[in-house]
Design a protein around this ligand. Structure first.
Ligand SMILES: NC(=O)c1ccc[n+]([C@@H]2O[C@H](COP(=O)([O-])OP(=O)(O)OC[C@H]3O[C@@H](n4cnc5c(N)ncnc54)[C@H](OP(=O)(O)O)[C@@H]3O)[C@@H](O)[C@H]2O)c1
Length: 333
């Protein structure tokens, strides 16, 4: 009998996620009902936000309940269907969860064109992280030709796309990443103008050198000391796109405040958070633009695909918090 391996949230993590926070179960394989279809999940998107979804407290989305399948974006193929819009063999993506199979009625499910890109890429640079970069930079950051755009976690899923779109819009793109290998990739492969290794220990000095005209658009993925240092380089009327604060996602105490918050006042900065799901109505245009740039070779994408199935989920997730991933992190199931 085929079963559906699932990761159920057993307890809320304190600090980094551990295997003990999950119960791994073999549920019976469900049959689709009227208007439903079953997807065999093949690739699960591993995202920093998943850590937040496990925590209690007010957020933009309710937390995953104890005993529920861990929430996740994922992609796979339809293998049984009672829904005329979704046929057996169709490639699809949606919020399918950390499990091997899902029953869906088609709500919030997208069909994927595998002749254009792999399943993994459709949940990476051509999916949610690419869309975050697109709307965060273009709609919130409002870059103008000649602007300097600075992005942290620059070698990752979101940051790598931010810098490349900035270049397409005629900006100077500067990244921040951990270690010389990642910085080399950001400049030599992705075409950023510069990338600063924050682990080298001279962040302010190195950023000043990489941004001789200051920073007009800051796309923030990390928070903490890195964000505080970047604020000191902002130009008058600059824009700060607050996309992520990954350095604090596993914090067990309140993080320190910002010493350079005065920069927002004296430089009349605009700072706005972005949640990609707010732009859902505009996804088709963005997917079309990202797909076009990708097909033209102007948008380079890299996935870091890990094996291990559903049971590997906690260990694979933690790679995001120690910089162990090289590109968009995906778990094969
Ligand atoms: N608001 C939204 O709608 C939305 C949507 C998607 C993602 N995001 C946010 O975007 C950010 C990037 O997500 P992603 O999926 O693209 O992940 P990613 O950049 O592919 O991977 C995370 C990277 O963050 C860096 N990092 C982790 N802990 C750090 C720390 N303490 N200090 C400095 N750097 C650290 C590591 O890179 P290094 O090796 O370079 O340190 C790591 O590889 C996250 O903050 C995420 O929450 C927001």
């Amino acid at each position: 009998m085929t079963v559906n391996r699932q990761a159920l949230l057993k307890s809320r993590p304190h600090g980094l996620v551990t295997t003990d926070n999950f119960e791994f179960v073999d549920a019976p394989l469900a049959e689709p009902g009227e208007g439903e279809f079953r997807v065999k999940i093949e690739a699960i998107s591993i995202d920093p936000a998943m850590r937040g979804w496990m925590a209690e407290g007010k957020s933009y989305i309710p937390p995953v309940g104890i005993g529920e399948v861990m929430r996740a974006g994922a992609a796979g193929h339809v293998e049984a269907s009672n829904n005329p819009k979704f046929k057996v063999g169709d490639a699809v993506s949606g919020m399918f969860g950390v499990q091997q199979y899902v029953i869906s009625n088609g709500a919030m499910v997208s069909k994927l064109d595998e002749s254009q890109a792999s399943l993994e890429r459709w949940i990476a640079g051509l999916g949610m992280p690419g869309l975050t970069a697109y709307f965060g930079l273009l709609n919130v950051g409002e870059p103008k030709e000649g602007d300097t755009v600075l992005v942290s976690a620059a070698s990752g899923a979101v940051g790598s796309v931010v810098g490349q779109i900035a270049k397409l819009k005629g900006c100077r793109a500067v990244g921040i990443a951990g270690g010389p290998e990642k910085c080399k990739y950001v400049v030599e492969e992705l075409g950023f103008d510069a990338c600063v290794d924050y682990k080298a220990g001279n962040l302010y000095r190195d950023l000043r050198e990489a941004c001789p005209k200051g920073v007009d658009v800051l796309f923030e993925n990390v928070g903490g000391e890195i964000f505080d240092t970047e604020l000191a380089l902002m130009n008058v009327f600059g824009r700060v796109v607050l996309c992520g604060l990954i350095s604090a996602y596993n914090a067990t105490e309140m993080p320190d405040g910002l010493n350079n918050i005065r920069s927002v006042l004296v430089n009349r900065l605009k700072m706005q958070g972005i949640i990609v799901f707010d732009f859902i109505k505009e996804y088709p245009q963005a997917i079309s633009d990202l797909g076009k740039w990708h097909a033209e070779g102007k948008l380079k994408l890299r996935e870091d695909i890990r094996d291990g199935g559903v049971d590997a989920f906690p260990d694979v997730l933690n790679l995001l918090f120690n910089g162990g991933n090289n590109g968009k992190l995906v778990l094969k199931v």
